[in-house]
Design a protein around this ligand. Structure first.
Ligand SMILES: Cc1cc2nc3c(=O)[nH]c(=O)nc-3n(C[C@H](O)[C@H](O)[C@H](O)COP(=O)(O)O)c2cc1C
Length: 327
């Protein structure tokens, strides 16, 4: 059938959204937002904050295994932190070689490392030595910094470093998040290495998933923004692969989503301070509007709001089942 993984998305797929999306279902695994490693040995609480699922056997509340992602550029420091993380028994340890953020890249981390395949190999080898063999050790890369000149060398370097699975976000750093994703490059990487390769990038619909698998040749696919834009995407992909026909229209899905939006809104207010809460929900709605007409209407209704109470009022007026304040 092939695996479906929920992508790491810093600032978007936080523990709360991971919990909701994996509860809707269809995912074989998820990855945390990146944990930034720069120079020091992080306290255990940092890993636990980014991956509270670690306290639950490294599974989301619905039982989906969750790997923890590390981002850094120093082999020894990454290895030391990976060893510490391993004591918390994560379902996997993943290395980030794809982040295009200038603050991360200035320190030589994320996608900038793709300029130096030899360093990639040293990083992966050092972390491999530090992580017990029974914890799956994986990596996620883009195609390169500005071009695809070193793509295959990077993939081979990571394989030589001992990773057991490679997720390929099929774009260069320079391409950031612009469509298209070059799934054909995933196919080229698959020919260059022996390890399993997971395709990632621009899968928004059931049809995209089928085309991504056909072009990349990868059975396993990681869903990023598409998973947030359509919380039912993984489930519909699974149903389609099982030969079930999809329900017509999206109205039933939107109705099923309303209680999840209510839950998210209530829980996000506990997780972040009041001034930040509306922004978090707006980020989710900004993607949901791609899939659901009612999501577009709701997004437009809340986009200029800043206060928690007015957000709650407007959400309620749009059918989000939020409890009324006690009289
Ligand atoms: C808001 C946001 C945050 C992201 N954070 C991470 C991250 O922490 N680690 C990582 O490896 N990739 C991160 N990514 C990249 C995604 O995991 C994924 O590779 C990318 O979005 C392409 O997939 P998509 O087209 O399905 O969204 C992030 C992407 C977005 C949109």
């Amino acid at each position: 059938m092939g695996k479906l993984l929920l992508a790491p998305m810093e600032g978007l797929a936080d523990p709360l959204l991971r919990d909701l999306l994996t509860r809707v279902g269809g995912y074989d695994g998820a990855v945390t937002e990146f944990v930034r490693v720069s120079g020091s040995l992080l306290p255990l609480r940092t890993f636990r904050r980014i991956g509270p699922e670690l306290a639950n056997g490294s599974r989301t509340s619905s039982g989906t295994p969750m790997a923890v992602q590390l981002l850094g550029s120093d082999p020894a420091c990454l290895a030391e932190n990976a060893a510490r993380l391993a004591t918390l028994r994560p379902a996997g340890i993943d290395l980030n070689f794809g982040c295009p953020a200038p603050t991360v890249n200035r320190h030589g981390g994320g996608a900038m490392l793709l300029a130096d395949p030899e360093l990639l190999c040293r990083i992966a080898s050092a972390v491999r030595r530090a992580v017990p063999a029974e914890i799956p050790f994986t990596a996620k890369m883009r195609l390169g910094v500005d071009d695809t000149e070193k793509t295959l060398d990077c993939a081979r370097a990571l394989e030589a470093g001992g990773i057991v699975n490679l997720v390929v976000h099929a774009r260069t750093k320079a391409e950031r998040y612009q469509p298209p994703a070059h799934w054909e490059w995933v196919a080229r990487i698959r020919e260059a290495v022996r390890l399993p390769v997971t395709a990632n990038g621009e899968v928004w619909t059931v049809d995209d998933h089928a085309r991504c698998r056909a072009v990349s040749g990868s059975a396993d696919v990681m869903l990023g923004r598409g998973a947030v834009a359509d919380p039912f995407l993984a489930r519909h992909i699974r149903a389609g692969l099982a030969g079930e026909s999809l329900p017509p229209g999206r109205e039933a899905d939107w109705q099923a989503l309303l209680p999840l939006l209510a839950e998210y809104w209530l829980r996000v207010q506990q997780r972040v301070t009041a001034p930040h809460a509306p922004g978090r929900l707006k980020m989710w709605l900004a993607l949901l509007r791609r899939t659901f007409p009612a999501g577009e209407a709701l997004f437009q209704a809340v986009r200029t709001l800043r206060g928690v109470d007015e957000m709650t009022r407007v959400l309620r007026a749009h059918g989000v089942p939020l409890p009324l304040p006690a009289a």
